[in-house]
Design a protein around this ligand. Structure first.
Ligand code: ITT
Length: 204
């Protein structure tokens, strides 16, 4: 397990470290950008944790956090995120199976499943699980509504970004700069809730 991160100081005192556990470089980039300016030094842990399988993202995020907590290898506080793409015409599939579907058939597979479908509604969901110094797990949720495009577009982003168009947008996520995706995305909404928690006057 490797960690990386820049070192900043505030008023001469070292800043507290907040670790983010993810194997996904695209996600790590988005979190780093969204958490810029927060009074924490964000350090990435290339998380080699087994993603548990469960029926809901809440359960996956909660159980993954508890597994990491029980293993005790990562200094607290830390957070991880579980995300998924839920397609209306597929009754929410791939949902909690998004990582597996992406690894096996990619966004191309989702486009194929929707060939000829008129209902292109979909949403991304994000659940961030924050593990406090005391070993409590707090969940933060975000939803990003949109549609599945009829063809892939854009070079940016990661995962299913080339085929997802946020509500009210003409571009896919892969065509949007990081900050603009954050404004409309599931992760942006969940991070906003996380930031409020990080700034709250409650022990972390
Ligand atoms: P972790 O190590 O952080 O778990 P992961 O890639 O397994 O990384 P998730 O299980 O949270 O991430 O995500 C499930 C799948 O959905 C995965 O293939 C991601 O690439 C994809 N995904 C998640 N967030 C996305 C986003 O903002 N845009 C496009 N695809 C996304």
């Amino acid at each position: 397990m490797a960690t990386e991160g820049a070192s900043w100081k505030e008023e001469g005192r070292p800043m507290r470290v907040l670790r983010m556990v993810t194997s996904n470089d695209g996600k790590a980039r988005e979190f780093a950008e969204a958490l810029k300016g927060m009074p924490f030094r964000l350090e990435r842990v290339h998380g080699a944790y087994e993603e548990v399988q469960a029926d809901t993202l809440d359960e996956v995020a909660m159980m993954s956090a508890q597994d990491l907590l029980a293993a005790g290898d990562i200094p607290r506080p830390f957070f991880l995120e579980d995300a998924g793409l839920f397609v209306d015409a597929l009754r929410g599939f791939p949902g909690v199976y998004s990582a597996y579907v992406y690894r096996t058939v990619g966004w191309q597979g989702v486009l194929r499943l929707l060939q000829g479908a008129t209902d292109r509604g979909a949403r991304f969901e994000s659940r961030i699980a924050l593990v406090t110094t005391w070993g409590e797990v707090e969940l933060f949720a975000g939803t990003g509504l949109g549609t599945i495009a009829t063809e892939a577009k854009g070079e940016g982003g990661f995962g299913f970004d080339p085929i997802f168009v946020a509500r009210g947008e003409a571009r896919t996520y892969a065509e949007m700069p990081l900050r603009e995706k954050e404004r409309v995305s599931h992760r942006g909404a969940a991070v906003m809730a996380l930031k409020a928690r990080l700034l709250a006057k409650r022990p972390l």
